[in-house]
Design a protein around this ligand. Structure first.
Ligand code: SF4
Ligand code: FES
Length: 367
């Protein structure tokens, strides 16, 4: 295996508490309770260790990270250690004053997720009345505070035909970048997959619009776009390769290579309560399990793309083939590829399936 380099960024999942119940939420089905969240002192130590390890960016996320009363302290601490800080927020709970205090603490960047350009559908997908308007309001404060803004828009069957106005909404909100994402079918996305899968026609139409708008908006708005997995011919380099560049730290302190890794049975994850981050990064059996290329089966192990896509996504291989060790079936060289395409086409035709929301009894308190 080649020499291990430092991770580039960590996703610090401060909490699973969140007022929204997005039907494609990638958080685990069993959420961490508030009483089991890492405390401020532990997070401060982890941020110190991240800086010492050579990590450059910390993305404060959740759940909804603005519910943490110590968020300003953590942003200030990370900034003081030279880390670039990003707040990934639903935009629901933060008020203008909190955002100004975060900017004063050194926050560099804000990412707000939107569910649609149509408020009624957006609120339906988020399971929260009035969500869309709150996001628009927060974007005004982000601009007033001179913070960089990225809008993250997750596309699916119910909003994909509005891709043009979703891009316009990002512009109106003052974003410099919009990530046009597609639903990733992990967590709550799996039970809702038949209701969210777009048709191939919808997808091709979105592709054409995004390509056109990327050209038109050069120098004004950066549009990041990834083709949805189920219709692709080659997999994405999920997380830029397992435990190569990124780390997730869960609200209770487990160190993961990606947000869905806990779905893979038999992996034992280390916890920052017990070990230092540098030790975990180098020696965690779970991080080393699919790191690099040595673990790969054929056709990946002899494939010319193996150091480009790193064999795709382990969590998706598990969800679709039953084993995380298989080639990501999005790859057309996988023996499961045709089944995945058939599944996408069949589910995209499913109609009148009710959305499945996380019940409030499963939602940790939001304050
Ligand atoms: Fe990527 Fe493996 Fe497919 Fe090659 S065979 S393109 S490495 S997923
Ligand atoms: Fe876990 Fe892709 S989400 S490897």
């Amino acid at each position: 295996m080649s020499e291990l380099s430092a991770p580039f960024a960590i996703l610090a999942e401060l909490t699973h508490r969140c007022p929204l119940r997005c039907v494609y939420c990638s958080n685990p089905l069993e959420l961490v309770r508030r009483s089991n969240e890492l405390d401020t002192g532990t997070w401060r130590r982890v941020l110190d260790e991240a800086a010492e390890l050579g990590i450059l960016q910390v993305h404060f996320s959740g759940g909804e990270p603005t519910v943490r009363k110590d968020l300003e302290e953590l942003v200030a601490h990370a900034t003081g250690r030279g880390l670039y800080t990003n707040l990934i927020t639903s935009g629901i709970l933060s008020d203008g004053e909190q955002l100004i205090r975060l900017a004063d603490a050194g926050l560099a960047h804000v990412q707000i997720s939107i569910q649609d350009s149509d408020d009624e559908t957006g609120d339906w997908i988020a399971g929260y009345a009035g969500a869309q308007q709150k996001k628009r309001d927060l974007a005004v404060t982000v601009a007033d505070a001179n913070l960089a803004l990225t809008i993250n828009a997750v596309m699916h069957r119910h909003n994909i035909d509005r891709i043009e106005s979703v891009i316009d909404m990002a512009l109106e909100m003052g974003a410099q970048r919009v990530e046009i994402a597609n639903v990733q079918y992990y967590g709550w996305g799996i039970p809702n997959r038949p209701n969210l899968m777009p048709t191939l026609d919808q997808l091709e139409s979105m592709n054409a619009i995004v390509l056109r708008r990327q050209e038109e908006l050069k120098g004004v708005l950066v549009i990041d776009y990834v083709v949805p997995d189920y219709y692709a011919r080659r997999p994405k380099a999920c997380m830029n390769g397992w435990a190569r560049r990124f780390l997730n730290i869960t609200p209770s302190g487990y160190v993961l290579p990606c947000h869905a890794a806990e779905t893979i049975p038999d992996l034992v994850f280390d916890n920052v309560r017990d070990k230092g981050l540098a030790d975990i990064w180098a020696n965690s059996t779970a991080l080393n399990r699919f790191r690099g290329t040595d673990w790969m089966p054929e056709p990946c192990s002899s494939c010319e793309y193996r150091e480009r896509d790193w064999g795709g996504c382990r969590c998706q291989a598990l969800a679709l083939t039953g084993s995380a060790e298989n080639t990501d079936p999005v790859c057309e060289l996988s023996p499961f590829h045709d089944q995945v395409r058939a599944l996408a086409e069949s589910e995209s035709q499913t109609r009148e399936v009710a959305l499945t929301y996380r019940s409030f009894s499963k939602t940790p308190e939001t304050t």
